[in-house]
Design a protein around this ligand. Structure first.
Ligand SMILES: C[S@@+](CC[C@H](N)C(=O)[O-])C[C@H]1O[C@@H](n2cnc3c(N)ncnc32)[C@H](O)[C@@H]1O
Length: 395
């Protein structure tokens, strides 16, 4: 089954997986370039797959559920879902070479009774499922670049209450490097902000929620993961026109932002926005964006507990998960400490010291897994800047 000249067998999670020989696809710096492989396998995305299997274990416990891995590559994600949680499902890829790997990998892991391989275009497959009466409890959307072309189809076969995991790697448009692309792809006006990675995540959430609402499906984000080149969001879905409307009304809005002082906030309505930046200027306004919490604390803490409990989960995933646990209970977007100190014209104290001092003063404060220079806190702007100024005065 394995052609050892061109292929190797790796272990990832509880799975064994046949992949193209990785050393044949090394960049000059030694890192692997998955895009050069005949089938896509990215060792750096282990964390995304660890989170996926542990998320599904958290949600479904030991209850059997039906899932579709719509863009499966080698099949590693779906195979791990079947081995590490209680999923049964479909692994699909449009590329016949990927399909062959999926078939071989299902057999290698003895999963022929739980998994079926398909060689279909993802939208076609997902739309066809709607007409076959198959109801899906979880759909995984893990494309190259933007998930936009697949979202509507991924939502349609979902059960009354279900879940969807979405990856985006088009961080350029999502981070407002190309504002025209952000507008056309994600329906949002934008500008550069210091909490770039979180703002990108919020734009992705808002757009996915709006697409779902147009299909009378309510979506809420439960867990987000931002790592190197990708953003991953796990949503809960519910078929309810009323709840979809309420979520759009309450949680889709705008960011106001003062680029010179880094003051920021969210608002549901631009018309009712009545704030000035402390330097006297008018804030910039971006949106539409997601203005509610990006984490569901209970789901996130249970997921992280599962990550800690299962010894096959990678150390990198454990490290990231422990950061997420602290930040998940703080709703405010993170702020870049280096940029804020440069606004205040002071030397930057260590992130750890600032967090300690904020906690001593009775605030919640945490690092963020999204950016090592960021701080997430429920302290207001004035409280945070006073604390920073007092720290430098006393040093
Ligand atoms: C990023 S890779 C998936 C990686 C995989 N989920 C994992 O965790 O390793 C994207 C995959 O989508 C497949 N693909 C691209 N366009 C597709 C489409 N329209 N329908 C189905 N598969 C598609 C590609 O062949 C590729 O294998």
């Amino acid at each position: 089954m394995v052609n050892t000249q061109y292929e190797e067998v790796l272990n990832e999670g509880l799975a064994k997986i046949i992949v193209p020989r990785l050393e044949r696809y090394k960049r000059p710096d030694g890192s692997i370039e998955p895009a050069w492989m005949p089938v896509f396998y990215n060792p750096q995305a282990v964390i995304s797959r660890d989170f996926t299997t542990m998320f599904l274990k958290t949600i479904f416990k030991n209850k059997e559920f039906f899932f579709v891995d719509a863009l499966a590559g080698t099949g590693i994600r779906g195979i791990r879902i079947a081995l590490e949680s209680s999923g049964k499902g479909i692994l699909n890829d449009v590329d016949p070479r990927a399909y062959n790997y999926i078939v071989k990998n299902i057999l290698l892991n003895n999963l022929a009774e739980r998994l079926e391989a398909y060689n279909s275009e993802a939208n076609t497959l997902l739309n066809n499922l709607v007409f076959t009466g198959v109801l899906v409890d979880y759909v995984d959307v893990d494309p190259y670049g933007s998930p936009s072309p697949y979202i509507d189809s991924a939502l349609k076969p979902l059960n009354k209450e279900a879940y969807i995991g979405v990856t985006a790697t088009d961080t350029g448009p999502l981070s407002c490097t190309y504002p025209h692309k952000t507008l056309s792809r994600y329906w949002s006006n934008c500008f550069k902000v210091d909490f770039e990675k979180e703002f990108a995540t919020r734009l992705l959430i808002a757009n996915t929620v709006l697409r779902a609402a147009s299909l009378e499906i309510d979506l809420k984000p439960l867990v987000v993961l931002v790592y190197k080149y990708f953003i991953r969001v796990f949503f809960k879905s519910k078929r309810s026109a009323w709840e979809a409307y309420k979520t759009v009304e309450n949680c889709i809005g705008y960011l106001w932002y003062c680029p010179k002082t880094l003051e920021r906030g969210f608002t549901s309505s631009i018309e009712e926005l009545d704030v000035k930046c402390s330097d006297g200027s008018k804030p910039l306004v971006a949106g539409k964006t997601w203005i509610c919490n990006i984490y569901d604390y209970n789901t996130t803490s249970e997921l992280i507990n599962n990550i800690e409990k299962h010894n096959w989960i990678s150390n990198e995933t454990r490290k990231t998960a422990s950061l997420i646990l602290n930040e998940a209970e703080i709703e405010n977007p993170y702020i870049r400490l280096d940029k804020l100190c440069s606004v205040l014209k002071i030397n930057m104290p260590s992130v750890t010291v600032v967090i300690e001092k904020l906690r001593e003063a009775g605030f919640k404060a945490s690092r963020t897994h999204m950016d090592p220079r960021g701080i997430r806190t429920n302290a207001g702007y004035n409280e945070l800047t006073s604390l920073l100024l007092s720290l430098t005065n006393n040093s």
